[in-house]
Design a protein around this ligand. Structure first.
Ligand SMILES: [Zn+2]
Length: 212
């Protein structure tokens, strides 16, 4: 996955930004965006951020991924802001992999997500053929993910989730619910009225880590 023709920049806490393929977006804007929104300590949780054209991203049809202590982000993104958003989202996954007990230990996030899934199920089942078992499974399920993305479509889903979920992607699984919420929180967007337990949990987790 890693070659030798790299340009290296430094983020915070010794974390390297390694550019393997020239990005379609401005790297300085990308770095500026990350440093503006993310707290400094969070960079110490990973070794590096890689920008490039990676097989793992292409295989999974995603633009970013947290893997083996590093965040990989696609070099082909419309804007530096989009690319930075991806990295912020992946930091959400970094936190849940390193602080699983703090995040999921009391089931608050999971229960809130589960309730929302059921609400959505009862709303959707009048119009679509819905599988209750899939709605009750809070873990990632490729078939369900594809059904939401391809068959229902995110434009339609976005209308259906009004007042329940804050984004179509956050419906995917409890982990994406957490990461999408984390991304929103870091970007300073309020969603405590729609997802109070998630919002409070993010606030609590960030406070407890910084107090350590
Ligand atoms: Zn994610």
């Amino acid at each position: 996955m890693i070659n030798n023709n790299n340009t290296i920049h430094y983020l915070k806490s010794g974390t390297e930004l390694i550019i393997q393929q020239t990005p379609t977006f401005d790297v300085r804007d990308f770095i500026q965006e990350l440093l503006e929104y993310l707290p400094e300590w969070i960079f110490s949780l990973i070794d590096s951020v890689y920008i490039g054209n990676f097989k793992d991203l292409n295989d999974r049809d995603v633009t970013a991924l947290y893997l083996d202590g590093a965040i990989f982000v696609s070099n082909e993104q419309p804007t530096a802001v989009e690319a930075a958003k991806d990295v912020i989202h992946e930091f959400g996954h970094v936190l849940e992999s390193q602080f699983p007990y703090e995040i999921y230990g009391d089931s608050e996030v999971k229960n809130e997500f589960f309730d929302k899934r059921l609400t959505l199920y009862y709303l959707m089942k009048t119009r679509y053929k819905c599988d209750l078992r899939a709605f009750r499974n809070v873990e990632f399920d490729e078939e369900f993910d594809q059904w939401l993305y391809s068959e229902i479509g995110y434009d339609t889903l976005n209308l259906l989730i009004q007042g329940i979920f804050f984004s179509p992607y956050s419906v995917t699984s409890v982990r994406e619910y957490w990461a999408a919420g984390f991304e929103k929180f870091i970007l300073g967007k309020k969603f405590d009225t729609i997802a109070p337990r998630l919002y409070n949990k993010i606030q609590d987790v960030l406070e407890s880590i910084t107090a350590q």
